[in-house]
Design a protein around this ligand. Sequence first.
Ligand SMILES: *[C@@H]1O[C@H](CO)[C@@H](O)[C@H](O)[C@H]1NC(C)=O
Ligand SMILES: *[C@@H]1O[C@H](CO)[C@@H](O)[C@H](O)[C@H]1NC(C)=O
Ligand SMILES: *[C@@H]1O[C@H](CO)[C@@H](O)[C@H](O)[C@H]1NC(C)=O
Length: 228
Amino acid sequence: MVILSILCVTTLFPSNVLSRGSLRSERRSNTTARSSTDHSSHKLQTPQPRKHTPRNKRPAVHIKERGPIKLTKRPTNSKQVRLFGRVGLFLYCNSNGTVSGSLSQLSNFVKFELQSFGPSIVRIRSIESGKFLAIDSKGVLQTKKTATDECLFYQNHEENLFVSFASFKYYMSEHYDMFISVKRNGEVKQATSTLPGQDAIQFIALNANNWTLADFVGWSQMKYSKQL
Ligand SMILES: *[C@@H]1O[C@H](CO)[C@@H](O)[C@H](O)[C@H]1NC(C)=O
Ligand SMILES: *[C@@H]1O[C@H](CO)[C@@H](O)[C@H](O)[C@H]1NC(C)=O
Ligand SMILES: *[C@@H]1O[C@H](CO)[C@@H](O)[C@H](O)[C@H]1NC(C)=O
């Protein structure tokens, strides 16, 4: 699968770029006496992301407009939880700041504080390290000492008690489609390779002090379209 898609990328993309490029230069050579300003506008038209990452099959990531969602400065609610993945592992914040999946259910590194900043919008802070989970523009799940807008997640209530957490800031094809995920082997996936409905993105939030299901009664939930 991986080899196939790499093959596709290396065979499809360059020819695509080439044919587009030659079309443009053909068009350009036809029209008479182009000025230098036209030349720079031609430069702008070339596909931007591919220019810097020609051998990468990374999907395009977009920044969501803020829209009408009001975020609070301070958390309006918070809850200490363990996030037990559908794949059978707990979300685990390593002491070196990386994130993985773990069977260590009693470790403090599997405890997180969910902090509510708006309707279904949360930060996830590791209780042990104090760091915040973040997804960057490349879809890499990481932790940050200081919270930024990359540390905001859309908490979606999936079927059967599961929740998922998608980047609030970045998306690929529709809003909130880059998820926190843990694979069966304990590795996290790059958020750009996650899909709605996958087991790897689904977690059960259990209260950190006892093993009961965390409830989010009273937390403001997003009631309108996910396109906001
Ligand atoms: C541009 O030039 C090519 C080759 O010289 C020619 O086939 C084509 O018809 C021209 N197109 C226009 C829009 O002039
Ligand atoms: C961080 O710690 C984890 C678990 O100990 C280890 O697997 C991983 O390789 C470490 N990563 C870095 C970048 O040090
Ligand atoms: C478990 O902990 C939560 C959060 O502290 C609390 O609200 C809940 O009542 C507790 N449940 C039991 C059965 O102790």
